[in-house]
Design a binder for this molecule. Sequence first.
Ligand SMILES: *Cc1c(COP(=O)(O)O)cnc(C)c1O
Length: 500
Amino acid sequence: MLYNSTENNNEIVSAAQAIAQGISSDGGLFVPQELPSYTEDTFNSLLPMSYNERAKFIFSDFLTDFTADEIAECVDSAYTEEKFGSDCPAPLVAKKYKGNEINIMELWHGPTCAFKDMALQILPHFLTKSLKKTCEGKTAVILVATSGDTGKAALEGFKDVDNTKMIVFYPEDGVSPMQKRQMNTQKGSNVNVCAIKGNFDDAQTGVKKIFTTEEIVKLLNDNNMLFSSANSINWGRLLPQIVYYISAYCDLVNQKKISMGDKINIVVPTGNFGNILAAYYAFCMGMPVNKFICASNSNNVLTDFINTGVYDKNRHFYATASPSMDILVSSNLERLLYRFADNDDKLVSKWMNQLKTEGKYEVTDKVKEKITSKFFGGFCDDTDTKATIKKLFEDEKYLCDTHTSVAINVYDQYVEKTGDNTPVVIASTASPYKFSHSVLEAVAPNAVSDNEFAMVEQLNKITGTPVPKPIAELQNLDIRFNNVTEADSMQEYVKSTLGI
Ligand SMILES: *Cc1c(COP(=O)(O)O)cnc(C)c1O
């Protein structure tokens, strides 16, 4: 299988090149030139398999320049019982919300308690093997700018991985106390964490600048190193997400909730559009899906886009209770547009340029039709997010986080509007304990304090929901990093950390 850029059909690469490079040199994203086609027989053959076996089967269709042994090594090092608490890293939990059964797919049993672990636990293995195939013997230096979740998930994924080094930059006052502690206590001989004096944009701009500064790129090269990327537009982060949708479909058949061939609906709390796009790719491969429900918070740029065909990021930015979805530019949408525009690279490139220059573009009527035939867009604000957490907890004694709550609320709006009661899978993207403050505000506002660990304890006492081990342990870990640097000095920081 080969991949090409969404902004240049002639830029064609192997899977290993797509993963090692991260993004195409023309600024486009790598997409598979054709998707594998799974029949009912294929799905039947997946039914008796474990999660890891299903993952190996699916990866072998996409990573055709990897051997079966290499793929098995990647999968079995990533999804271990030790890291995910069981041999089923993405369990389905059936609950009822306002009379409708919802199958909640818990994607947060990994080491950092957010769904990003599903991809970032395996990406380092894909990446080191890809580098070996494309530039043997070099050490990959991965720089990350994070507003919280990605940084910690990337650190956990890359810690002590051979031939990689990672430096994470975060805004000194722009992450939650829990997220700061998660990063500053990080273990691993090849990782480093540094706060910067500035906001997330400053961190992001600083990282991008370092990537493209010739002097430092050359210095790395002279030292047998090269820059690589772990951000969510890397194909190596999208691919692992396809697996859990297909696996969930098989689980529903095994649980006799659906019959083979029945359609399901899929609901995803969406930010950068990576997770929901993976679900859409699973549909293109043959998984029967009726509707994709794209749930946003008050930053509802995607809701408007799905309803009007106009993408317009010129709007107020809200800091919400579901911060991992506080995004106005959903990068992975580009891959969906490329598909709906029948692989018209020139058209996609035009829209992306308009987004850069005017902050806005409008797709053609044909693309609009394709979007609305398969996608429903909705959003909910913080008040409704908290009310949904409270209701689900009161009715079912099940505690969900703020992002998952947005998805459940929007699903409820969808059912109200359409009456469609197709069996549904709702992606649950974080443990409620990652956002204890907002979750506590929802279920017991009087117990809110300014001490993160006291709130974790309160939440546990009030709801009886077990605290995930990585969060419980955090309190006792030593602070390892307390570096702070000016945004202007990030390049110097990288050089001195790498010793070059
Ligand atoms: C990153 C993230 C999302 C958004 O996922 P996308 O793939 O960017 O759409 C949703 N919820 C949580 C908890 C996240 O960390």
